[in-house]
Design a protein around this ligand. Sequence first.
Ligand code: G3I
Ligand code: 9MR
Ligand code: ZN
Length: 539
Amino acid sequence: MKQIYVNQSGFLTGDNKRAVLNFPADKFYIINEKNEAVFEGKPTHFGKDDISGEDTYIADFSEFDPQGAEDTYRICADGAESASFRISDNVYDALMHDVCKCFYYLRCSDALSEEYAGEYYHKPCHMDMATVYGEGTRVDVCGGWHDAGDYGRYSTAGAVALAHLLYGVRFFDSLTKVSFDIPKIKCDTGELPDILAECKVELDFLLKMQREDGAVWHKVTTFMHAPFVMPEEDKDELFLFPVSSMATADIAAVFALAHTVYRDYDKAYAKVLLKAAGRAYDWLTLNQEPLLFKNADGSNTGEYGEDEDFSNRFWAAASMYEATGDKKYREDIIKYRDELNKLGDKRIFTYLGWGPVAGLGSLSIILKNDGDDINKDINERFINEADRLAGVASTNGFNLCMRADDFFWGSNMELLKFLMVVTVAKGIKDDARYADVIGSGIDYLLGCNSMDTSYVTGHGEKAYRNPHLRPTVTDDVEEPWPGLVSGGPNRGLQDEKAALLPHDLPPMKCYLDDWECYSLNEITIYWNSPLVFVLASML
Ligand code: G3I
Ligand code: 9MR
Ligand code: ZN
């Protein structure tokens, strides 16, 4: 079928603008709402690539920068027509609002109000004390965000999502200006910016996930995933599953990072965070052996297993060093850097979670900006990775920095993390390819892909509508919350329904907009958070 793929949300004025055709045509036209042709151009043949499996033709309309931000346009060629899109200076403002607001809707316990949640309100949930698994002690761990389509709350996943948001605030002050209609929280300087009011919900929860001795429980979930019910109907016993060194390190790191952000707004809170970070760090110092995590026998909630904890410890050391300037943390940075180097993966210092998190440590080192050898080495690794990604993008018609192997569970996060790396690299080195790769990545996410689908709910004429998300499937509201990033195509086709798809599909087409497909179409906090980071750089 003849298709014209385009970013269905829109383009920023002045940016590069492209659509992709999967058929040859002499000319393409841009038409406005009155069906008038307002621009014409000639598609150029790119050829076949292994991620889409299609013979692609590129329609470049970068020159088209119309006045009149509210108009919508379509691309036409040879009888085919694309989805509509806009071009304006503020085309991503509504998107940013919605992507951020999803964290509010994902709040657990009694933190939603009808005033702010509207039709997506749910009653208080998961208010009971949780039982320490295997011990029987009961602990209050109310609050935080549900992780995803399930109702679990996982420490490492929460820390990583927070990290994307809080590093976003550190790198791009613009993020503190974004408002998304949530309850205000008072602070020393007046009111917290919305993004920090929202992050505080998860930080407060993670503070409760820390044991007296400084270690952090890996997760709090029921023993088995809940059926598809509203959160308040999920009444099974909550368990605090064992502490892990990954959770403890990630929490040390993210509290230290949060300290550097909140100290400008709420000194007392920033102090609490740094103290808790220090306690977690001291526990790590006393417990040098990795304490990895495996699900209890028979339990099926998220495992978030990792093979080693050096990347987590590296992140903790880097974040503590940035927060305190204390040289003892610098020594640990070197120690864990050397351990990570032994693993033999040159890209590891650019990995931004949820598994390997050394790249988050790198962000602290970049922010600290000491200019020493450690700093130079990290800067260079970000540049090398950005250059690699620009190279990958040049091998397909979508200018997408993804190889076939990158399309696994949560491929959209893989993409967004790559875009974060390129975004940071762009701040280190001026290279025109970087902005282009970021733009094309966002175009892909918002519809310029061979599924012709926008992977953000409510943003795009053909946005996906059936996320694997318990409240959305269960409530009687027709549309899902807007602003949810789907996990996206996954060659592994790792759930029962996805397994029915043909197994020889090109990577980009291993997707179905079906709520049953949790390996293709779930949502999570840490798939929304990297989009916030990348969009913040574009505001
Ligand atoms: O990293 C490897 C890569 O090297 C390899 O080439 C590729 C191909 O097999 O696999 C990659 O690993 C994948 C890993 O995600 C990467 O993060 C695994 O195959 C894949 O099974 C794994 O999926 C994870 C999934 O849980 C199952 O464990 C997702 O990342 C993770 O986001 C997801 O998390 C779930 C929670 O458990 C529960 N809550 C919902 C959440 C989202 O679905
Ligand atoms: O709904 C669950 C989803 O949030 C998880 O990502 C996924 C993997 O842990 O598991 C889903 O739950 C499924 C369970 O694992 C197996 N039976 C079907 C469940 C979904 O309906
Ligand atoms: Zn809940």
